[in-house]
Design a protein around this ligand. Sequence first.
Ligand code: PEP
Length: 252
Amino acid sequence: MRKKVIAGNWKMNMLPNEAIGFITELTPLVKSATHDVVLCVPYTDLFYALLTAQNTNIRIGAQNMSQYEKGAYTGEIAAPMLKSIGVSHVIIGHSERRQYFNETDEAVNEKVKSAFNHGLEPIVCVGETLEQREAGKVDEVITSQMQKALDGLTTEQVQKTILAYEPIWAIGTGKTASKEDANEAIKAIRNKIAEIYGQMTADSVIILYGGSVKSTNAKELFEMSDIDGGLVGGASLKVEEFSKIVNYDTQK
Ligand code: PEP
């Protein structure tokens, strides 16, 4: 059975003192969670977050990384740098990076490879725009993004990839995909993985849903057959709200 993963994406929020306070408060609230808890924080919070989360079940991720390993790339952060301080996960290909920073499918693919080469667990985002949804192109768009992101990986690496289906129209808008639509889209990704890499691999890949997840809709989403947890933006900035999402399975 696949484990569930609940990952927060703080985006460009939280100063180090806020990160320390947040994780200190969150720790007792999620200590009994049976699934993986990850917080993807800004680069400047990483070290503080890692120290505060030591000896807890909270793991710390980054929100982006360079596709290059080292060298003259001013302002970039490479996978070995993240790994060396104890970062475990990294979000790759978030729609905000694709949209505002021109991140291409090719760059996403190189970043995923570099993450694996350096022992980081990538959380790879795919998702359609509203126009693409209205044109009936959801499956085509998201399976193509997935294929390009995973191109050239070994089957074992594909099995270890965490994918996040994040419809762009649902990110930060308060609009959530219905649990049925989210599950269908994730099933389409899983079926394509089965076609390319085999059923065993498809059955083991963790695929999250992201897009306005809140404590009030987490349970119905995460209990769907193919949704293995969530990538949570806005609602991961409030300790109590995020802890309720993490503990969705204890809700009545
Ligand atoms: C995200 O940033 O990945 C996200 C899903 O944001 P939000 O939960 O705020 O929609």
